[in-house]
Design a protein around this ligand. Sequence first.
Ligand code: ACM
Ligand code: ZN
Length: 762
Amino acid sequence: MLILFTTLTFAQTDPNLGIIPAPQSIIIKSGYFQITEKTALQYETDADRKIAELFKTLVKDKEGFDLVMAKNFIQAPESMISFNSAKSQNVNTETYTLYIDNKNIQLKGSVKGVFYSMQTLTQLYLNNLETHQIPQCAINDEPRYEYRGLHLDVCRYFFPIDFIKKYIDFMAAYKLNTFHWHLTDDQGWRIEIKKYPNLTSIGAYRDQTIIGNYHDRMPQWFDGNKYGGFYTQEEIKEVVAYADSKFITVIPEIEMPGHALAVLASYPELGCGDNPGPYKVADKWGVFPDIFCAGKDHTFDFMEDVLTEVMELFPSKYIHIGGDEAPKTVWKTCPYCQQRIKKEHLKNEDGLQSYFIQRIEKFVNKKGRSIIGWDEILDGGLAPNATVMSWRGVNGGITAAKQNHQVIMTPSTAGLYLDHTQGRSDQEPVGIGGDGRISKIYNYDPTPEVLSALQLKNILGVQANMWAEYLPNTTKVEYMLFPRIMAVSEIAWTNLNRKDFKNFNEIRIPQHLALLDKTSTFYRVPEVIGAKDTSINVINDSYNFDFKPSVNGAKVYYTIDGYEPNETTTLYTQPFKVNVPKGEMRPVKARVITPLGKKSVVTTTLLFNRDTLKADDSGNNKNQGALKYYYLPGKFKNTLEIDTNLATKKGLTSQISFTKVSGKAREYGIVFTGFINVNENANFEFSLYSDDGSRLYIDDELIIDNDGKHARFERSAGVALQSGLHKIKVLYFDDGPGSTLQVSVKGTDGKKIEIPSVMLYN
Ligand code: ACM
Ligand code: ZN
């Protein structure tokens, strides 16, 4: 007998009926609404008709038949779906209801509300496509935040209009309402400006593009191919109108005063000093010193001309003016900039940036619009009406909210940078690194706890950013987007009390990915649910595994022999036990393979069967409070290459941390040795969170192997220790950007803490 875990079974048992984002209120009844050829679509207004048509098109696409559609039916149809926006509703409210009984489906709200109701109905329909039975239910729903954003950088790579529309469709399906279009940057200017044709004839193209990751090699490799593109004003209008039909506002970003190389290459006179330039459109990501001159009035004339054309194309209330990552070095030596500082009585170059942004804000405000800037616009003083986008963590957002400015939260530190890595960076495609796991996004609460009730109101919402430096094609964009857009959607829409990561991750995501698997949209297949990338010290000579595929209908394959799991290895059918003889180790490797053959990364769980490690008598009479460290500059790929005999610095440290030793160095190895004291016979779980590689040995046994070059990633392992002192050794190396080392322990009290100095001896 086959037990079929179809989407149907999950839909029946899922309290959210597979809906993402989870609605605020859902009451599930027994019974179904059956969509047939005889189902009629009824609409109230013209706007409702357009929404009904979207649903009609979907049904036609899936079933091949056309549903009848009308404002009034003389004869009552057999079953009916009605789209009824109420005129009494404020057009901006996104609240909606969706009532489904056996013969009628009613979608109600403002027009926007009816649209979101239709999106929910669409998910219920697609989730039950095989049976055509839509569960009876009553949904009352509204968003937690009014601003639910997704950004796309089209400067580092350029994506065609058709893809932009597809991206907008993805947003609408997940009830996001603001598309932040990052149109200008060092690597390319992407929007036609009639008054300044060089912006697109010169600024939209670069001579070459870096190959591979920025840090892969020195000297870096370049492809030698001219690359670029831009959107005509007609295309921009087309996108804005398309987005509007999906109730999505498009906010354009025109960067200033930094990230300006593409402009400067087109119009060098906008740079600092006399006879500035020549400049080149950048061939790789960077924070470049050459930025707009803030001293020349011509810069502001240019900006006002550009913004005038931009505001004619984009009806959005907000215009994003960038403001991030603008080094002020060139301003320091530019006579025009210095003259401006003097004349305007500005304090310094930060004051000059603030002047720049405020002057632009005045112009934008005069046209009835408002500016958004990245959190650097706080430096030197905020422009009076500016909205702040907090990206360097949450502090910028908190500061702005306290100053009674509106805030959009998009902290890279919470995984909201979708260019960051979804798993171990050494198992993922080339990227910028960083920790962007979906659980991190899901667990982020955009409203900071430290704000007062009044200040909280300044948090408009949340956004995720898709920076494109390592996204040379749309397939890669889709890979970075799915499934993480679902987590972005849920943190933006769903109230905290309705969030449930287990239900989201194990029930609803697998269902949505199963639908994607049938389409041409690419996505990342998540790791096997229940498989842990970690080491485990087994109890009773064995360990039990309970897996679930991360995509419904997909299969899980595994091995216990160290080989790579694939279709030729063991198919997971039910929970299983792996025996580990005393003193031995077993690597259990598992991966998901979908019906279309897409594969997840392999998750490896190392099972050890170690005896309790005996306390080390030789550790007696040691000094409490510190470990020895050995520091060695150099480029390493693995901690085993660190030779402590060659250490250039050594000494004692009360923390297992490199910060006091390494300074600003980014290529070095460090080894910590000594003893750790535990005061009970118990199982302890150690964790190594590092960027790059690290290893932990206790009593000369390798406990955690988190080695190799990679972005921040944590591995944990349990080990039984006898009360007393044990030898400890931690190895760590850093290579390139991102430096992290945290060594934690969890004892019987279940609290995970960084190993405190009182436990350390030397
Ligand atoms: C940014 O990531 N520079 C806003
Ligand atoms: Zn200047």
